[in-house]
Design a protein around this ligand. Structure first.
Ligand code: SF4
Length: 326
């Protein structure tokens, strides 16, 4: 990304290098610019499982994981992919007035199958005339050169994103959440995907009791060293029917309050490389599934609050990034 400090030094409403006055580099703005209008994700449940659930890596999954906590009503592996996409598009078109969509393979690990099966599923999604790309959520231990080569080929015609869940760069935290892979495994997958025309996204969770506040902020420094195009930031929350819910009940630990989290995210973004686009600033779950923390605010409200706080403090994404401060 070209850094134009003069823009930032303007006295009012600075335009940042990502082309907006928003103090962080929002993914939604990037999609709007690239496609000339609103592009919405339409979720798909293609019936995958996960190596951390079926026993090939582990049983029970990551301790916070409950896929029912974010599933849309139109997502079910009992329905075909075209059916799910058609229903999702009809709903989202009315709600967001979008006319282009990215099919989001969200539930479980969406590259955890032989390539032959992946091709059928992905190409069913791409056959919808309003679908301009794929976002594929997966684990870093569910990818290989053959799958990357196929996604690289697709990326010649479509916007292809692979989302590698990381959750934390600290192996002590990955052990605490029963992730069943380490940080180096994620590094290997990201490096394998780099330079192939595929957008690389990752997820992290802030708030594990295994990490200090400074370690959480250092996560921004660590991620900045890797070729990520975008990032989803979640706060740790406890959802019903998870191992975490039991662990929290047996031995409660500190979870972020709303204001405290806003301060953390504001500080985190300052340390993050400025060209990493932000897809999300907090976790979300169906309200009936959430145990704690109960902030009672929607993600868009939190997002505006973070923007206001950054403007109040006169800070922006990358301001104190050690590799590319702007
Ligand atoms: S969070 Fe992802 S990797 Fe972990 S158990 Fe759930 S689906 Fe599997």
């Amino acid at each position: 990304m070209a850094i134009n400090i003069e823009n930032i030094q303007q006295k009012s409403a600075p335009i940042f290098p990502w082309g907006s006055s928003r103090p962080y580099n929002a993914y939604v703005d990037h999609l709007k610019e690239r496609f000339g209008g609103r592009v919405q994700k339409v979720t798909v449940d293609a019936g995958f499982t996960c190596p951390n659930r079926d026993g090939s890596k582990g049983y029970g999954g990551c301790i916070y994981c409950n896929n029912d906590s974010f599933k849309q009503t139109y997502n079910s592996p009992d329905r075909t992919i075209p059916e799910q996409i058609e229903t999702g598009i009809s709903f989202l078109s009315r709600r967001y007035k979008a006319d282009r969509f990215i099919a989001y393979f969200q539930a479980y690990s969406n590259t955890y199958a032989p390539l032959k099966r992946l091709k059928v599923l992905y190409e069913q999604a791409l056959s919808h005339p309003k679908v301009v790309g794929l976002a594929i959520g997966t684990r870093s231990d569910c990818i290989d050169e053959e799958k990357i080569a196929y996604l690289e080929q697709l990326s010649g015609n479509y916007h292809i994103t692979v989302e590698y869940g990381l959750e934390s760069p600290y192996d002590k935290s990955l052990a605490w959440i029963n992730r069943q892979h380490d940080f180096q495994n994620w590094v290997k997958a990201v490096e394998m995907t780099d330079g192939r025309g595929i957008h690389i996204c990752s997820h992290i969770i802030l708030g594990f009791p295994t990490e200090s506040r400074e370690e959480m902020l250092q996560t921004a420094d660590i991620l900045s060293r890797y070729p990520l195009d975008s990032l989803k930031i979640h706060h740790l929350h406890v959802v019903k029917k998870t191992a975490l819910a039991k662990r929290y009940k047996d031995k409660p630990f500190h979870l972020f309050g709303y204001q405290e989290y806003i301060q953390l995210v504001t500080d985190f973004l300052q340390r993050l490389r400025p060209d990493i686009r932000i897809q999300r600033l907090c976790g979300e779950t169906h309200p009936g599934m959430l145990i704690t923390p109960q902030w009672g605010v929607r993600s868009d409200v939190l997002q505006r609050r973070v923007e206001m706080e950054m403007q109040r403090k006169n800070v922006w994404q990358g301001k104190t990034n050690r590799l590319t401060s702007i």
